[in-house]
Ligand binder design. Structure first.
Ligand SMILES: Cc1ncc(COP(=O)(O)O)c(C=O)c1O
Length: 422
């Protein structure tokens, strides 16, 4: 059992000099490899959060470390007016992943002939900003200026103002009003509510819809999956009405669910896909990809980023994506993800397990999730909770069954103890 020194100097420095937007746990990590984090006291922790779903290949994966070392002595940042190594190779790799087809488990079965083009940004929110601009341009060019983007209640698309406006959770909007205009919401998995919303908006001319924007599994909202049949209906509705379908793969992308991208599990193909988190194994990077007909609506001057896709990020991203593919990480995720889900379902106070691959949510039947996360930290486990009764698991994709079993054993004991009021 670990104890923490809450008088440690780093804790005081943090609250004195940093804006208090995070409630931090009392631990300072100084090293990380694979799925193991090491703190400043030399204690090891098994990581089931993975830098909030970013450490796809595991912390400090040798292939990414080598790519960054190679790049760091040569050139980092020249701006997007110039070519740099690895940027177009990474975009090519992403295009190949986006045109992959899988079965409903995530096993690769083939590919489409869709041509995908990518814009590189630095985060998930920025990736979605690009997606929103593409949708508005689409509405301007093809739908007589229709501008509304419909997303789902309980969704999460980022913290910039436009992505916050696209986020279907009032709690995030309340104290930052007014929100940017042109966003509306429907309940996930309700096809008739979506059609009704589109009919009402269509009567409003420029307020009509230009795009639908969804996560295939709502992550921040509590790990709530969209049904495959719903996603297929949304695709059909978009086709019938000429809208574009944006899938936010920021949390679900890059094999998190077993498939390269989660939309592939439903057998659909979106028009625009936003990405970040796992794209560069934790090095800051975001991307928005669109099929060529949509991507080509943007030209010089329409969008940009000083840092997006710079030489360091491109090197990290290329090494990550190539290694994810060459190591067949998706197949590993399918197997260990099922092992995690089965193990969670056996635990006391777990009433439901949701999600796919290594993106899982355990619904608790009592509101103890925060206490469980605190207790787990003291036992050398990094866990995460959403609200007071959902535990969320986003481990590095290289996590082993043995590491999962170690976590499950400790979590069982913690749930029993706290669940019994001890
Ligand atoms: C689905 C989804 N979209 C967008 C974002 C925002 O990404 P970032 O924090 O990199 O801006 C997140 C972050 O959790 C996310 O889960």
């Amino acid at each position: 059992m670990y104890t923490f020194d809450t008088d440690a100097p780093f804790i005081h420095d943090d609250s004195q000099y940093l804006i208090g937007t995070y409630q931090r746990l009392p631990v300072e990590f100084v090293e990380a490899h694979g799925a193991v984090l090491t703190d400043s006291e030399g204690r090891d922790f098994l990581d089931f959060l993975g830098g909030i779903g970013a450490a796809s290949l595991g912390h400090c994966h040798p292939a990414v470390v080598e790519a960054l070392h190679r790049q760091i002595d040569r050139v980092w940042q020249v701006g997007n007016y110039f070519y740099v190594e690895n940027r177009s190779e990474l975009a090519h790799g992403i295009a190949d992943l986006l045109s992959t087809t899988t079965d409903a488990m995530g096993h690769v079965v083939g590919s489409t002939s869709t041509r995908w083009k990518t814009f590189f940004a630095n985060s998930g929110a920025e990736a979605n900003e690009g997606a929103i601009k593409l949708a508005r341009r689409w509405g301007e060019k093809n739908l007589a200026g229709a501008s509304t983007i419909i997303s789902a209640k309980k969704s999460f698309h980022g913290r910039t103002l436009a992505t916050l406006a696209a986020t279907g959770q009032d709690a995030f909007h309340k104290t930052f009003l007014p929100m940017p205009q042109g966003f509306d919401f429907v309940s996930l998995n309700d096809v008739s509510a979506l059609e009704h919303k589109l009919d009402v908006l269509a009567e409003g001319g420029k307020q009509g819809a230009c795009a639908i924007m969804l996560e295939c599994i709502q992550g921040e909202g509590g790990v709530w999956p969209a049904e495959n049949s719903y996603l297929r209906s949304v695709r059909e509705i978009c086709d019938d009405r000429g809208l574009i379908l944006i899938i936010d793969e920021v949390q679900t992308g890059f094999f998190r669910t077993g498939a390269p991208f989660s939309f592939q599990l439903a057998g659909i193909e979106p028009d625009v896909v936003s990405q970040a988190k796992g794209i560069a194994d934790g090095f800051p990077m975001g991307a928005v990809s669109a099929r060529a007909q949509v991507a080509d609506l943007l030209g010089p001057g329409d969008h940009g980023s000083t840092f997006g896709g710079n030489a360091l990020a491109a090197a990290a991203g290329r090494a990550t994506v190539e290694t994810l593919v060459s190591q067949n990480v998706g197949e590993h995720v399918i197997v260990v993800g099922q092992h995690l889900a089965d193990g969670l379902a056996e635990l006391p106070h777990v009433s439901e397990v949701r999600g796919k691959g290594l993106m899982r949510g355990a619904q608790l039947d009592i509101p103890i999730a925060g206490d469980v996360v605190d207790a787990a930290l003291a036992e050398g486990l990094v866990l995460n909770h959403i609200g007071d009764s959902i535990l969320r698991f986003l481990p590095p994709l290289v996590i082993t069954e043995g590491q999962i079993d170690t976590m499950l054993g400790k979590l069982k004991e913690i749930l029993e103890r706290i669940g019994n009021g001890n």
